[in-house]
Design a protein around this ligand. Structure first.
Ligand code: AQP
Length: 323
């Protein structure tokens, strides 16, 4: 199956990005054809410093490689290095109803907060549709927050196919049961813009402090607590094995424990879980030529695939290559 997904270079990746999406990329690369990209065109709507965007982009590539994305099994590339996608975006935009985009949550939420939204944010779902459709993607592994955007992709592809004839493959989203919506330190969805993230990489001591600051309820220690619905328990679940999860759930139900104990368990489990990736990340930092080579090769392969779909779309809608 052909799989595709992207991650924005808007800052350091967090547990939500990994357990919602990146872990799926790594699993899927074994038996599928994967295209994974650093979404720098999307990030340009929020990162407005050129140096920072460049640095974040290469950092995101190192993060994915360190976490286990294998360039021999999957194609890793930078979005802006495939200009075919931007051309396809325009073609899709010509048939996109305004109402469809007005209903999209990224834009709606920003408007609701009274923040200024630009055309880039408004049209974000169309560029995302182009990203997905340009590679004939069948499966899009993502977190729950992206489901609506994939529905938009499906709508746009179906409308185009209906109007101009069979052109695009209709993709499906895939989310995981544990990980579709990872909570942040305040219990809301973990998100860079809510400032409640726990990063994958960075100073261990600093991350431990952030874990110790996770908000909890103020019920007395001796009270029994329900594990389900408790965001600290949900974070523990991401790292622990089933017998450890069962043990922790029983401890919650018995009561008589402190949340500090759970936080310590989360810190230890997460440090052990990401230790190898941390080591690989340090090695990649001193091998930047390799990272650039992977991205160059990835862009070449991605362009080849996207050019085929763009040419099909242009032919079908009457934009002949030669007249
Ligand atoms: N909390 C989350 N739980 C599960 N999955 C998540 N994803 C993001 N947050 C969670 C998934 O990570 C992938 C990459 O997403 P992105 O690069 O678009 O990152 P993002 O959504 O911009 O991350 P943030 O932190 O939420 O940034 P802002 O605040 O800018 O929106 C996607 O598959 C996403 O579903």
């Amino acid at each position: 199956m052909r799989c595709l997904s992207g991650i924005q270079p808007t800052g350091r990746p967090h547990w939500g990005n990994y357990f919602g999406a990146i872990r799926q990329y790594i699993d899927l690369q074994e038996d599928n054809e994967g295209f994974y990209f650093i979404a720098n065109l999307h990030a340009l709507t929020t990162v407005r410093q050129a140096d920072a965007l460049c640095e974040n982009t290469i950092n995101a590539a190192m993060d994915l490689l360190a976490l286990g994305l294998d360039p021999k099994k999957a194609t890793l590339f930078v979005q802006s290095q495939v200009p075919e996608v931007s051309e396809l975006c325009w073609i899709l935009m010509t048939g996109t109803p305004m109402g469809l985009l007005e209903r999209c949550h990224a834009y709606k939420d920003k408007k609701a907060k009274g923040l200024a939204a630009d055309a880039g944010l408004f049209n974000y779902p169309v560029l995302m549709a182009a990203d997905i459709l340009a590679y004939d993607s069948q499966l899009v592994p993502v977190g729950q927050d992206q489901i609506q955007h994939i529905e938009v992709t499906r709508d746009l592809a179906q409308a185009f196919n209906h109007h101009f004839g069979e052109t695009f493959v209709i993709p499906k989203a895939q989310t995981l049961v544990h990980g579709a919506k990872v909570p942040g330190t305040d219990g809301e969805k973990m998100s860079k813009s809510y400032d409640n993230t726990l990063p994958l990489f960075g100073e261990v001591k600093k991350i431990r402090k952030q874990i110790m600051r996770i908000t909890t309820d103020s019920r007395p220690m001796e009270d029994a607590k329900e594990p389900e619905g408790d965001h600290l328990f949900q974070l523990f679940q991401l790292f622990a094995k089933q017998d450890q999860i069962d043990e922790m759930a029983a401890m919650y139900r018995r009561g008589g424990f402190g949340y500090g104990e759970v936080k310590k368990a989360v810190a230890e489990a997460s440090e052990a879980y990401f230790a190898d990736a941390r080591q690989r990340r340090a090695e990649l930092e001193s091998n930047l030529d390799y990272v650039h080579e992977v991205l160059r090769d990835g862009a070449r392969r991605a362009r080849e695939a996207a050019a085929l779909v763009l040419s099909r779309a242009k032919k079908n809608c009457g934009l002949q290559e030669s007249v």
